[in-house]
Design a protein around this ligand. Structure first.
Ligand code: PLP
Length: 374
């Protein structure tokens, strides 16, 4: 049975060149980057070249890129240090953020007594920027944390516009860009966002490594303490093979961006058209303006078929997701869909189908075939 992977918002397959790069580093370059001998110096040079390459791809400076173990860590670090060290007393966020932001904000509310405000969401899942401006008119030291691309619906935030709004109101701006880094151009000279985060496994790199972009002179302090790695901002011996793999993955993502995007958009457009023909009353959650890699669709199946649908697809070797990956298998409705769907629609099955350049038209045909047999 040919397996079909359409769950690329959860994680992605590694590019062969990334595996090659990582294998090389694991085999040859095992020195500790902090050691002063030749082994250490070689590793240090790989580390800094990786940092430089990542920075170049985002039009940032190398010193603004700090390596972390994942996107979750980077989000936790930025939010916590903003409150603890930069003396932020309010976080404005939305109920549609990833739990790495939502739960962190709630813990900070309890721990530091800060105020959390949730910006309103429009019926199509977009952030209501008029409400954001209203919230920002209160005079408080504020961090705005809004994701660039929603991992469940693919709803896109206008990063540049929000960055301008935040600057005008003297608020710090953090964006969880885990779903967009490597998949769309982010120019950090043009966009005045203060902090973004990324995770390599979302752009065909290894799991267990990510980075934070922290704008120069931000004053952020470390999450935990120990060695002097990452200029003291993130102690712990660097996972050099992961970092080199991440840099390679990002470089390849950006050098193939246009070609991959055209291919993926073609697949998505074809799938939408086939779904509409086969299930005329299906609905695209979040509307048709979503990010090109993600399609969240509500299918007009009866409630009794809802529980079976992922299982049925899985039996056929097809991987898609219900809501976000961390929730698949749980019976709770997705916290994102709860914000935009009616009670009635929440009972029906919504599938998140997420693409990569590795997908083919045959994958779409197999998915359609399986759905029509349910
Ligand atoms: N933020 C978003 C939007 C995500 O989609 C994910 C992963 O699902 C994360 C954060 C967490 O990233 P990581 O798996 O690197 O911790």
């Amino acid at each position: 049975m040919k397996k079909i992977y359409l769950d690329n918002a959860s994680t992605t397959a590694l590019r062969p060149e990334v595996i090659q790069e990582m294998t090389h580093v694991l085999t040859e370059d095992y020195g500790n980057p902090s050691s002063t001998h030749s082994f250490g110096r070689t590793s240090k040079s790989i580390l800094e070249l990786s940092r430089k390459s990542i920075a170049q791809n985002l039009n940032a400076t190398a010193q603004e890129i700090i390596f972390t173990s994942c996107g979750t860590e980077a989000n936790n670090w930025i939010l916590r240090s903003a409150v603890k060290d930069l003396k932020v007393t309010r976080i404005i966020t939305s109920k549609m953020e990833h739990h790495a932001v939502l739960y962190t904000a709630l813990v900070l509310e309890k721990e530091f007594g800060i105020q959390i405000d949730y910006v309103a969401i429009k019926p199509n899942g977009e952030i209501d920027l008029t409400h954001l401006v209203e919230l920002l008119s209160q005079e408080k030291k504020t961090l705005v944390s809004l994701m660039h691309v929603n991992n469940e619906t693919g709803t896109v935030l206008d990063l540049e516009r929000v960055a301008i709004i935040c600057k005008e109101h003297d608020a710090l701006f953090h964006s969880d860009t885990v779903q967009s880094v490597g998949k769309t151009i982010i120019d950090l000279q043009k966009t005045t966002v203060d902090f973004i985060v990324a995770s390599a496994h979302k752009f065909h790199g290894p799991k267990g490594v990510g980075f934070a972009f922290v704008r120069k002179n931000s004053g952020l302090q470390p999450l935990f303490f120990g060695g002097e790695q990452e200029k003291g901002l993130r102690a712990g011996t660097e996972a050099l093979h992961q970092i080199a793999g991440m840099a390679k993955a990002l470089e390849l993502s950006y050098s193939n961006l246009e070609e991959d995007k055209i291919h993926i958009l073609e697949l998505k457009t074809e799938l939408i058209s086939k779904l509409k023909t086969a299930f005329p009353t299906c609905k695209i959650n979040g509307g048709t303006n979503g990010f090109y890699t993600i399609l969240n669709v509500l299918l007009p199946f009866s409630e009794d078929k809802t529980a079976m649908i992922l299982f049925h697809l899985d039996m056929k070797g097809i991987a898609v997701s219900r809501g976000s990956a961390c929730q698949s298998g749980s019976i709770k409705p997705s916290h994102v869909l709860v914000e935009i769907l009616s009670e009635e629609d929440l009972k029906k099955p919504s599938l998140r189908i997420s693409f990569s350049h590795f997908n083919t038209k045959e994958d779409i045909d197999s998915l359609m075939d399986a759905l029509q047999k349910i």
